[in-house]
Each structure stands twice: as structure tokens, then as C-alpha cells.
Design a protein around this ligand. Structure first.
Ligand SMILES: Nc1ncnc2c1ncn2[C@@H]1O[C@H](COP(=O)(O)OP(=O)(O)OP(=O)(O)O)[C@@H](O)[C@H]1O
Length: 830
């Protein structure tokens, strides 16, 4: 029995000791008494250490705020680093670091750029990556991620020292030491379905076990009183499928095939990998002594308390899954198909997940079309245990299933889907289940077969849970998913880890840290995603529209006025004409439904918004994809999340959701997967039409921030050459423009609002069908008086999709007539 300990204080935090200092026990598991070497007097040091860590972290928070303030005010283009002393050979080194903000700047023209970049991606968060200068930020989370792939404080400091032009500022050293001393020192490991609190420092473990709250839940007699000591797992002992070392790829290449230039380059690249080198330095030190780890079992019901307490006292427990030693859960024997080779960046991202031979939970960020699905499938093939895939729609469920069968040798009987239409189960002992977030989190009473399927999902343990599109899923859903489905590791996938609210922070703890974020520009240079030309087209307001815009009492209609600006309409008409003639497929986005309908009807194009019935949506999308007569469609916000859009090569935004960076990035993503991307000189196009000298310009600048940080340059176009010569250019006479203005002014103020599709798919879980009715609008007072309201209602609920039912001519005529009558009545009254 361990001696009774005072429960008021966390045990003394020992000075950091290596495993060898801590005593070199035998490599086979054995137990030591947790009271050994423990000294009560050690308590005193702990608070000050915790305080030191918390001070270092709070200093950082203040610095970050300062930095955000500076950059948001855009006051500071360059940081003054003249206070730093340069190393004599600074010319050869690519990095700067500001000790006040922990911001790292990389000169991309340095010959050491590649190495430095690989290193930075591991220890810091990329903030901005235009052509010549990249910025990264050291944060507690980025250091947490670095620790989670096996780097120590010394590794990080050595790496920085190698690349920095200046000595490392003292504040940065302190910050790194504070974060790494607390992060990753303690792990929560699942071994043979039992949780263990594990660390390489026995004193830290004892300190935690002595903590008031932890000792309370661990001393109920069910837990072994002793600490287990065993050899630490070796780093990098496993092979990720689809890499050059994987069996399938070797088989395809032929074992005896002589090394090609590419192989040699790959080998050299590997050798030069700074991370491997840094870790190797660690390993050299340990020759002759095998590292030891010390662990203590934590019963299932205490996991949450222990994890939370570890977090609260500054030792967040990393979650890792030792799948190679999981003898309890059945193995799913499948692999990537022979010859499947994952790309360099896919390998790097998975390397972060499986860095030490165990599966770490976390998030991988890759741009649209960069192959997140294959990354998820490769992770499943590596773990080879039961896998659950959670998607945002039933359409994605079908795609994920097909992709599993396309890329891996998984037997079709071993993969099942669980949606409202399909409730299958696999036949073997284990397999892959693909389902949606809403299927597993709905709280309504379930039908018998759905309940049976849920019971199946919740009654077993899963090796891996893949969470697709994590950026749109709110924290509450993750909590519900986590509470329902027991998975040993979680992999979140997304293109943009961005939300305009702060909720994204929750993902760090609900799923895990960001493990990898790809560089969009690099991927497009390598031809994995399309090159995109981005342009902001400035459309001057016409005099009549601007006069109304400037009137104080019209401010609630301002949105509508700048969206409906006739010059913007003309720009849109011109660009559609120009790109259709080039053979492009064009999507026009408008968050404002009134503008969407008015533009689409006038240009005789199909449109989809929340109120478009499902069948009609499908018909429009199919026509867009396969019919060469349908090259342009108009989409409301519904196209951002709820539709699986066919490939397009040109996007035009006429009205957008204020300053949403995520929406802008997502929309750009729609054209990144263009099939023609590797054709000589191919470019996709992304236009934002903004009314000049209006509020829209401010929003536009905000929206572009993320893409600019990814290296995209937005050209400003102030004049579209040839626009004046366009045949049938709309609103070219003053009377047409006045008529449009009269119509706009007659709209209810709500017509200026954007469609009420929620920013994520889940805030109205269970009531998604309600959105079908789209935004609520009613005609203005004058139209009420003129009796035109019903007419307007009918008009806006008809879709241009009737085009495909060959009734379009008569429909447009009727609408036009109705409109003309309606307008005339209003003008008469006015
Ligand atoms: N290693 C690879 N080798 C060959 N093709 C690949 C590889 N990785 C991805 N692809 C192909 O790239 C395309 C895009 O992949 P995928 O649909 O998984 O992208 P994504 O990142 O999930 O996109 P989105 O964010 O739009 O869902 C697919 O056609 C896929 O087959």
C-alpha cells in the first residue's frame, strides 16, 4: 500500500529528468511501488513550476493579442527586428524570429527553404505564405503538435538555432520549454482496450497520482496500485501503405528494379529530412539504454476526470492508440491496392499522425481536391481495425464507400453504409461503416432498423473514426459523437480550419491538434490542384443607385442597392459571355436570393436556392455537368455546404456573406479540382464583383484574407475591356436602370438579406427541411396596395429550371408580362 498522502496539493513537480536518469529498469514490463523515492517536500516546487508555465503562456497570449491588434489594424507591414543581433553567417540562414510575438519569418528565396519549411510546419502554425516571405506563429497548440510527433524542447531549439539568422531570444526559449515541459509529457494510451496514463518520467506520474482529484478516482481499489515500467515504443518502426516503402508499392515497382533518379532523389530528400535528423540525434544519445515508460491504468469511467484534471494542472494528456499491440479488437486485413502511391504531402500528413508507431488523433488540413479521402483511407489501412467514417451528407457517404473500394482491396462485404435509406452492416467480425453526423447524433425516436444499427455502432470499439469536413461541424456534435461511438483514434479532415467564431479552438481538444496543413500554392505548382487567377472587379455604382445608397433613411436597403447595381449586372453578363465562349463551366454565387433570381431570370440561366426541390436541383446539376448547352448556373449559399457540385472552371461572386474567409476559400475550392488543370497554360478563374465605394469593398477585403495568406494574388479590374461592345448589354439605357431601381426600392428590406442557410449544417439538426422554404420575403407596401403581392410570390417561387421542361419560353413571357404590369401599376401610383 502506498503511504497516505495529503490530498490538498499536487505533488512536487520534479525537475525534468530523462528516462535514463530516472533509473534504467529492465525492458520487460515490471512493477515498482509508486511510493518509492517520493518526497513530500517536493510539493513546494510544483506550484512555482505550474506558475512559471502559466506565466509563459499568458505572456504569449498577451503578445498574440498585441500582434493581432497590430496586424488587424494593418498598421505594421514589416516588423522591426533591428534589435536582434545577427549571426556572422546569417546570409545563409532563412529564418527570423520576433521574441515579442513568437512570430517566425521565412525567406523563401533561401537555399535552405525546403528544410526550414518542413521543420516549421511541424513546430508552428502557418499564417501567411505568399511568394517570397512566409510567416509562422509558435503557439502552445503548435508546440503540442510538435511534441505529439516525438520532438523534444531540445529538438525544437536545435532546429531553430540551425535556421535562425540570430540567436534564439530568451523569451522564445522560455516559451518553448514551458510548453513542451507540460505538453506531451503525459499520454493517455489505449492498450488492449485499457486506458493507461503514461509518461517517461516516473516522478511526474507519481505527482499526478498524488493529485487530489486523480487519486480520488484512481484509489477505488479497481485499479492496480502499482506503476508499470516497460520499454518505450520505438519511433518510426512502421510503414504507411502507399509510400515508397510499402509492400504494395514495392511489389509494383519490382524488388530488384535498379534505383531510378527519382528513387535517389527521394532517398536524398528523406536523408535531408530535418526531423529525422533531429530525432536521430536523440537516439544517438540513448545508445545502450532503452528508453523506459511508466504507466498506470485508468478505468474507463475515470478517463474523463483524469484527462480534464491533467489539462487543468498544465499537463494535457496526448491520446495515442497502440494499434499494433491491440489484440482485443479484430484486425481488418486490408491494404491499399498494389501500385497505389500516395503523394508526398499526403505521406507527410500521415507521417504526423503515425510518427511514433502509434496513431495520434488530430486534424489534417488539405485544400479541396488534394485527396483527403485517400489520406483517410490510408490511415484506415495503416491501423487495420474497424473504422467509422462520418460525413456531412448521404451523397458523401456513397462517395466515401466507392473511394474505399477504388483505392483499397477491402472486400465490398466489409464496408457498410448507414443512412436514412440504407442500414447495412458488414458480415465479418469487423469492417468499415460510413455514415453521416446527423444519423449518429439525432435525438428523435429511431425506427427499429435504425436503432438496431445504432446499437451495433455503439456496442463495439472502433480503431479509427474519420471525421470529414470538420470545419462545418459544431463542437456539440463532436461531443455527442464522442459520447456515442468509442473510437481509439480520431482523424479530422478539412480544407479550411476556419470559422468566423471561436469554435474552431474546441476541435483541438475534442479531436486533437492540427497535425498538418498543406501549402496551396505548392500543390498548385506541382499540378495537384488547379492554378487559379483571382480578380476583384470594381463596378462603379450608377448615379441613380448611388444617390439612393447615400440617403440615410435607405441604409437598410444598402445591401440590395450594391448587389443590384446595374454595372455589376453588366459585368456579370459580360464575364459569363466571355467564359462561355472559352468553353468554361461557370458557377455564379449569390447569397442574396432576390439578386440570384433576378440575375438568373434576366440572363435566362438555371438557379438553385434553398427553396428548389431536390429533384429539380439534381436535374440542374446533371444538366450543368453533361449538357453542353447549360454552361452557367446560379447558386445561393446552399451551394457552399449542402450540394455536391460538379466541376467548374470559373466562379463569379455577385453577392457574398459579409467578410467570411471560410466561404471565400470554400468557393475557390470548387474550381481547384478542374480536370484540365495539367493542360498547358490552363487557369481556372475566380471573380468577385464588388460595387465601388460601398461597404461591399470592405467585406471583400476581409473575405480575401485567408486566400491571400495562402499566396493568391487578387488582381483588381476596374474596366472590362470590350464590355461596351457586348450585344444586348442589359441596363444600357437610363430608363432601364431607373426601372430596375424602382423595382429594387419596392422590395421589402428583408430582400436585401442573405439566405438563411445556417453557416454549418448542424445548428438546425433535425429541422433541415424547414430551410426548404428559403428566405422569407414579402413584397413591399406599394405592391400590397397594387394587389401584386401574390404575383410576386408566384414569380419568385418558379424556377428557371422549367427551361429543361421546354416550357421556358411561355414561362418567361408570362413572368415578363406580369412584371411589366406589376411595375407599371407601381409607377402609375408613384
Ligand atoms: N495519391 C493519389 N494518386 C492519384 N490520384 C489521387 C491521389 N490522391 C488523390 N487523388 C485524386 O484526386 C482527386 C481529388 O481527391 P478527393 O476527392 O479525395 O479530394 P478532397 O481533398 O477530398 O476534395 P474535397 O475537399 O473537394 O472533398 C480524386 O480524383 C482522387 O482520386
Amino acid at each position: 500500500m502506498p503511504p497516505k498522502r495529503k490530498a490538498t496539493n499536487v505533488g512536487g513537480r520534479p525537475t525534468k529528468r530523462t528516462a535514463s536518469q530516472a533509473g534504467s529498469g529492465p525492458s520487460s514490463p515490471q512493477t515498482i511501488d509508486s511510493s518509492d523515492e517520493y518526497s513530500e517536500s517536493g510539493n513546494e516546487g510544483n506550484d512555482s513550476e505550474a506558475e512559471r508555465i502559466s506565466k509563459a503562456l499568458s505572456k504569449f497570449t498577451t503578445n498574440t493579442k498585441l500582434q493581432e491588434k497590430q496586424s488587424s489594424a494593418q498598421e505594421q507591414v514589416f516588423t522591426d527586428l533591428s534589435y536582434l543581433e545577427l549571426k556572422p553567417d546569417h546570409y545563409d540562414r532563412p529564418l527570423w524570429i520576433d521574441g515579442r510575438t513568437n512570430k517566425i519569418t521565412l525567406e523563401t528565396f533561401s537555399p535552405m527553404r525546403k528544410q526550414a519549411q518542413d521543420f516549421l510546419i511541424t513546430i508552428a502554425e502557418p499564417k501567411s505564405r505568399p511568394q517570397f516571405i512566409h510567416e509562422y506563429q509558435l503557439t502552445p497548440h503548435s508546440l503540442y503538435a510538435a511534441v505529439s510527433v516525438g520532438l523534444t524542447a531540445d529538438d525544437i531549439l536545435n532546429g531553430l538555432n540551425k535556421f535562425l539568422k540570430t540567436p534564439i531570444p530568451k523569451t522564445v526559449v522560455e516559451f518553448i520549454q514551458a510548453c513542451t515541459q507540460s505538453f506531451g509529457v503525459v499520454k493517455l494510451v489505449l492498450k488492449q482496450n485499457k486506458f493507461f496514463l503514461e509518461t517517461s518520467d516516473p516522478q511526474i506520474l507519481r505527482m499526478l497520482l498524488k493529485d487530489e482529484k486523480i487519486s480520488e478516482v484512481l484509489s477505488k481499489g479497481r485499479v492496480d496500485e502499482n506503476i508499470i515500467q516497460e520499454a518505450a515504443p520505438k519511433l518510426n518502426t512502421m510503414v504507411i501503405p502507399g509510400t515508397n516503402d510499402a509492400a504494395g508499392v514495392r511489389q509494383q515497382l519490382g524488388q530488384v528494379k535498379p534505383a531510378t533518379a527519382q528513387d535517389t532523389a527521394d532517398a536524398e530528400k528523406k536523408e535531408s529530412d530535418i526531423l529525422v535528423a533531429l530525432r536521430a540525434e536523440d537516439d544517438d544519445e540513448d545508445i545502450g539504454e532503452q528508453k523506459q515508460v511508466y504507466s498506470r491504468e485508468v478505468p474507463n469511467e475515470s478517463v474523463e476526470v483524469v484527462t480534464k484534471r491533467c489539462q487543468d494542472i498544465g499537463y494535457p494528456a496526448l491520446q495515442e492508440y497502440d494499434f499494433n499491440n491491440d489484440r482485443v479488437n479484430p484486425t481488418l486485413d486490408f491494404d491499399l491496392k498494389p501500385g497505389t502511391k500516395i503523394r508526398d504531402y499526403q505521406e507527410k500528413s500521415l507521417g504526423k499522425m503515425f510518427g511514433n508507431g502509434r496513431a495520434k488523433s488530430g486534424i489534417i488540413v488539405l485544400p479541396c481536391g488534394a485527396g483527403k479521402t485517400l489520406v483517410g483511407i490510408t490511415a484506415a489501412c495503416t491501423i487495420k481495425k474497424g473504422t467509422v467514417v462520418l460525413c456531412t451528407s448521404s451523397m458523401s457517404v456513397v462517395q466515401w464507400r466507392n473511394e474505399f473500394l477504388k483505392w483499397s482491396d477491402l472486400h465490398p462485404n466489409d464496408i457498410a453504409v448507414f443512412t436514412s435509406d440504407h442500414k447495412e452492416s458488414f458480415t465479418g467480425k469487423t469492417g468499415v461503416i460510413v455514415t453521416t453526423y446527423s444519423m449518429v447524433t439525432q435525438t428523435r425516436q429511431r425506427a427499429h432498423d435504425a436503432q438496431k444499427m445504432m446499437d451495433f455502432l455503439t456496442a463495439r470499439e472502433w480503431g479509427l473514426m474519420i471525421l470529414d469536413e470538420v470545419h462545418v461541424v459544431p463542437a456539440s456534435i463532436f461531443r455527442r459523437v464522442g459520447g456515442t461511438i468509442k473510437a481509439h483514434s480520431k482523424l479530422g479532415l478539412t480544407a479550411t480550419l476556419l470559422r468566423e467564431d471561436e469554435k474552431i479552438e474546441d476541435l483541438n481538444f475534442l479531436i486533437g491538434p492540427k497535425l498538418y496543413e498543406a501549402n496551396w500554392m505548392e500543390l498548385s505548382e506541382q499540378g495537384h490542384i488547379a492554378r487559379v487567377q483571382c480578380a476583384e472587379v470594381w463596378c462603379p455604382m450608377t448615379t441613380e443607385f448611388y444617390q439612393e445608397y447615400m440617403k440615410k433613411d435607405n441604409h437598410r436597403k444598402n445591401n440590395l442597392l450594391y448587389v443590384m447595381n446595374p454595372r455589376k449586372f453588366q459585368a456579370c453578363q459580360f464575364l459569363i459571355d466571355y467564359h462561355e465562349k472559352r468553353g468554361d463551366k461557370i458557377i455564379v454565387f449569390s447569397d442574396n436570393v432576390y439578386a440570384l433570381q433576378t440575375y438568373a431570370l434576366k440572363l435566362k440561366k438555371a438557379y438553385i436556392y434553398g427553396g428548389t426541390p431536390q429533384q429539380e436541383r439534381m436535374r440542374i446539376l446533371e444538366n450543368f455537368q453533361h449538357n453542353d448547352q447549360v454552361n452557367t448556373i446560379f447558386l445561393s449559399k446552399i451551394g457552399d455546404t449542402s450540394l455536391d457540385l460538379p466541376e467548374a472552371t470559373c466562379l463569379i461572386q455577385i453577392s457574398s456573406h459579409y467578410g467570411s474567409r471560410r466561404q471565400e476559400a470554400q468557393r475557390l475550392g470548387r474550381i481547384l479540382r478542374a480536370k484540365r488543370r495539367n493542360d498547358e497554360g490552363f487557369n481556372a478563374f475566380f471573380y468577385s464583383l464588388v460595387s465601388k465605394d460601398t461597404q461591399e469593398m470592405v467585406y471583400s477585403a476581409k473575405r480575401q484574407a485567408f486566400l491571400i495568406d495562402q499566396g493568391y494574388a487578387f488582381k483588381v479590374i476596374t474596366h472590362l475591356q470590350g464590355i461596351d461592345k457586348l450585344e444586348n448589354l442589359a441596363y444600357s439605357t437610363i430608363s432601364e436602370r431607373k426601372e430596375l431601381l424602382a423595382e429594387v426600392m419596392l422590395q421589402n428590406e428583408t430582400a436585401g438579406e442573405q439566405e438563411q442557410v445556417t453557416d454549418d449544417l448542424f445548428s438546425s439538426l433535425g429541422s433541415r427541411t424547414k430551410r426548404k422554404s428559403g428566405p422569407k420575403r414579402s413584397a413591399g407596401m406599394l405592391s400590397d396596395l397594387s394587389g401584386g403581392q401574390g404575383m410576386a410570390y408566384i414569380e419568385y417561387n418558379k424556377s428557371v429550371n422549367k427551361d429543361f421542361k421546354s416550357k421556358h419560353k411561355s414561362l418567361f413571357r408570362t413572368m415578363k408580362d406580369n412584371r411589366a404590369k406589376h411595375r407599371q401599376k407601381i409607377l402609375d401610383k408613384a
